[in-house]
Write a protein that binds this ligand. Structure first.
Ligand code: NAD
Ligand code: MG
Length: 406
């Protein structure tokens, strides 16, 4: 079996390839080939090394000059007779997402960039190992419609959603067999989405207003790309995850409760109607949910996933989120209940605001303000189709760029 990875040089992409390295496979684990890799321009040396290690048939990079640089890096590889085609731009990304040999596509690019290739992979009937949550946020309705039509399976990589999926799998299968949605099957009381609370969990509003980029990039438990690390500091990450869960599990937003759990050991849970709570525990290490998604529906031994010893655990604590200090979470929860183009606008405004914060153009608390002001002038569209989503994204970026500039 083969896979494609979109965003192979990022945090999720690197950890996916780490699992696949033959010397890291546990005895009995099936070998997964790499059909295609796509990455941005920021680390072509690493992409070159990944190509030498995994010899994919196809690679995609953003531009013609990136392709030239990659060819230079790979001159020995090509001289030795190896064949890897290098495509560019959105077309290249989509070719990787739909490569005929790939059964599973790991969507590990960051942001709205993932929408079109993910939709194309779904149309090609691929299994999606979904890390790129922004696609589910901006286009969840469409993802579900197309996945049902083309028989494409979506397996979450996001650790919380993987935990919920693992806790719910029996209920999902029963509902499917009865031709019902999970909500119609009536077994689920609520989803309990846990989050660490990020680096500012205990900070005052005044301190957060003065937070620097390096303060916000210091996540207590997880090592991740810059965008999701800032989202974790504003708790927008948890908000995006509420919207992601709403579509992944077809559960209404009011049945999704965010619980702050600073130790990140219980990765999320499900409360059933009989009062039973079922959750999934593990070390805070993304290789665990990535491994689960790659081999699903099988449980395969892992030599890379670090083990959790329950007898060595000390305190596991839980608390309610503070919505007034973290307005991004409140905004996202409100948007999650709407099922319209507001989610796409929230996502786009957040991408612009986070990028502006990382570049030192706005303060930490301006992130929420920029999103709120963009959302307040959006005219939402119900059940948005691809054209509506692309237009809402374009409009929201333009609007929030103008807000950041003043
Ligand atoms: P990252 O910034 O570390 O990596 C992003 C990848 O996308 C890089 O390989 C980059 O080169 C690539 N990329 C950028 N522009 C591109 C382009 N034009 N064409 C092709 N590739 C391009 O991000 P990450 O932390 O790995 O996160 C990836 C996704 O997974 C995000 O949606 C994030 O929310 C989600 N996620 C990440 C984690 C985590 O632990 N990192 C956990 C849960 C979910
Ligand atoms: Mg997560």
């Amino acid at each position: 079996m083969a896979i494609s990875i979109l965003g192979s040089t990022g945090s999720i992409g690197r950890q996916t390839l780490d699992i696949l390295q033959s010397e890291h496979l546990a005895p009995g684990a099936p070998v997964l080939e790499v059909a295609a890799l796509a990455a941005g321009a920021s680390n072509l040396e690493l992409l070159g090394k990944q190509i030498v290690d995994f010899e994919p048939e196809l690679v995609a990079v953003p531009s013609d000059s990136d392709r030239e640089s990659l060819r230079d890096i790979l001159s020995d590889y090509f001289r030795s007779g190896k064949k890897t085609e290098i495509l560019i731009g959105e077309e290249g990304l989509i070719a990787c997402a739909t490569h005929p040999a790939a059964k599973t596509v790991v969507t590990a690019v960051v942001g709205f960039l993932g929408v079109k290739p993910t939709l194309e992979a779904i149309k090609a009937g691929k299994t999606i190992a979904l890390a790129n949550k922004e696609t589910m946020v901006a286009a969840g309705h469409l993802v579900n419609e197309l996945a049902a039509k083309h028989g494409s399976k979506i397996v979450p990589v996001d650790s919380e959603h993987s935990a919920i999926y693992q806790s719910l799998e029996a209920s999902i299968l029963k509902a499917q067999a009865a031709g019902k949605s999970l909500e119609q099957a009536g077994e689920v009381e609520k989803l309990l989405l846990t989050g660490s609370g990020g680096p500012f969990r205990t900070w005052s509003e005044e301190a957060m207003a003065r937070a620097t980029v390096s303060d916000a990039l210091k996540h207590p438990n997880w090592s991740m790309g810059a965008k999701i690390t800032i989202d974790s500091a504003t708790l927008m990450n948890k908000g995006l995850e509420v919207i992601e869960a709403r579509w992944l599990f077809s559960i209404p937003a009011h049945k999704i409760e965010v619980v702050i759990h600073p130790q990140s050991i219980l990765h999320s849970a499900v409360e059933f109607v009989d009062g039973s709570i079922v959750g999934q525990l593990g070390q805070p290490d993304m290789r665990l949910p990535i491994h689960f998604a790659l081999y699903h529906p099988h449980r395969v031994p892992s030599a890379r996933v670090p083990r959790l010893s329950l007898s060595e655990l000390k305190d596991l604590t839980f608390e309610k989120p503070n919505f007034s200090r973290f307005p991004c979470l409140a905004m996202a929860q409100e948007v999650a209940a709407k099922d319209d183009s507001s989610a796409c606008v929230l996502n786009a405004a957040n991408e612009i605001a986070v990028d502006s914060f990382l570049k030192g153009k706005i303060t930490f608390t301006d992130i929420a303000r920029t999103i709120e002001r963009t959302l307040s002038v959006h005219k939402p569209i119900k059940a948005p189709q691809l054209g509506d989503i692309l237009e809402a994204d374009r409009w929201a970026r333009e609007k929030s760029v103008s807000l950041v500039a003043v």
